[in-house]
Design a protein around this ligand. Structure first.
Ligand code: NZQ
Ligand code: ZN
Length: 386
């Protein structure tokens, strides 16, 4: 196992009725910006619960943060923060609202010339200061409620880039599984697959003699495989909703990735598919991961075999046969929750492959747990999904 430092200061308030805790968790003397998305919170009663719990507090509202939050929109919120002298942010929504709010929190205090550099120059610019954030998460998927990551899309340049900082970790996050009751099938499926692939990015690499992390990861995968379909079948099943919600948070709050190699190549390639074609984040992962497993079958062999055996009971046949079966099982799981897994399924033209590989070429960056996946390999991974 590698050395690591681990600190996760996010307070989680989990369970039915926990939105009332806002009255205690929010500071009384601050001016708060309540951020939200396209309006789901008005239809499912979350907004009313938030208003009831924050009576008497000084709150300004900013709505309209899109899925894959737009830099252009977030900069309008930064203006509001400055004009209204906001000193606390409350995100109420899915991962996009929370990621967007993290960017607002950092951009509002950023002293450089161009706030986009927070994402574009993430390796040079370390965000150390941000406005404090609280969150009510309404969609289990990203883990954003318990991490310091944010992914932002710049529409004008078709770029989707991330930044990460402990300064934008929420001070608290409220997770009430009842918010799931109003989620459409599409978003439940997205959440299951996104959380599943978050685990895979931290697990499906090479052995690092970390059996506890492996079993944490496998526990989350098993739980998602068991509970995800229950949530899809019955949106009012509170216990299934609770287990799904906690699994999604645990998949990306840092714990399972401590002391082990991490990949994130599937995400990096997937973000390009969203940037060019607007495909839902989770769906891009369902396209790329099988290609990643196929093209990296040698480098990832030991962990693919372990995953196949422990998650899908695959133990018979040659190494290549077992790997093929394991990839097929993974594809079948994604399809079983209603998520297609090839590029033609999303009408992505072949020319996009070249555009994506060119981008990685220009950035001069390699990805993956061994930082050895370059444009050629990315091309092969995507061509595998035609
Ligand atoms: O905008 P509203 O009206 O609220 O509707 C949203 C949106 O249309 C709707 N929704 C959310 N909660 C709902 C609901 N509808 C009914 N009932 C509810 N309770 O769902 C739609 C999708 O929401 P969005 O926030 O975009 O989804 P998700 O949570 O999957 O977030 C995706 C974004 O997170 C980024 C992705 O790249 C993408 O931009 N990620 C963030 C990560 C992180 N911070 O660690 C890691 C991930 O890998 C991911 O990259
Ligand atoms: Zn993801």
């Amino acid at each position: 196992m590698y050395n690591f430092d681990f600190k996760n200061p996010v307070k989680i308030c989990f369970g039915k009725g926990q939105i009332t805790k806002l009255s205690k968790e929010l500071p009384a003397n601050k001016k708060i910006l309540l951020t939200y998305g396209g309006g789901s919170i008005f239809k499912n009663g979350v907004y009313d619960q938030v208003k009831a719990a924050t009576q008497g507090m000084d709150i300004v509202e900013f709505g309209g943060i899109e899925p894959n939050p737009h830099y252009e929109t977030l900069m309008k919120a930064v203006e509001v923060v400055k004009n209204e002298k906001i000193d606390y942010l409350l995100a109420v929504g899915g991962g996009s609202v929370l990621d967007g709010t993290k960017f607002i929190a950092a951009a509002a205090l950023y002293e450089g010339d161009d706030p986009w550099d927070i994402c574009a120059k993430r390796s040079e610019i370390i965000v150390t200061e941000a406005l404090p954030i609280g969150a009510v998460i309404t969609l289990p998927a990203t883990g954003s409620e318990m991490n310091g990551n944010s992914v932002v899309t710049r529409v004008s340049t078709q770029e989707k880039l991330a930044f990460g900082s402990t300064a934008v970790m929420p001070q608290f996050s409220i997770l009430d599984p009842e918010v799931i009751f109003s989620l459409p099938d599409r978003q439940v499926a997205n959440g299951v697959v996104d959380a599943f692939v978050h685990v895979m990015e931290q697990y499906l690499t090479f052995p690092a003699d970390a059996p506890l992390q492996d079993r944490f990861a496998e526990g989350i995968l098993h739980t998602l495989i068991e509970e995800g379909p229950k949530v899809l079948a019955d949106r009012q099943n509170y216990e299934a909703a609770a287990n799904f919600m906690w699994s999604a948070t645990m998949a990306l709050n840092g714990l399972i990735g401590m002391g082990v190699p991490q990949d994130w190549g599937t995400h990096m390639i997937g973000h390009e598919l969203t940037a060019y074609h607007g495909i839902d984040h989770a769906r891009t992962l369902a396209i790329v991961l099988p290609g990643m497993m196929h093209i990296r079958r040698k480098e990832k062999q030991d962990k693919i075999l372990q995953y196949g055996e422990r998650i899908w009971n695959i133990s018979e046949g040659s190494v290549d046969e077992r790997i093929d079966q394991t990839i097929q099982k993974t594809i079948a799981f994604f399809e079983s929750v209603g998520i297609k897994t090839t590029l033609p399924d999303y009408e992505v033209p072949n020319s996009t492959i070249e555009k994506i590989t060119n981008r990685f070429e220009e950035r001069g960056m390699k990805i993956g747990e061994k930082v050895d996946i370059g444009p050629k390999e990315i091309q092969a991974i995507l061509e595998d999904r035609l």
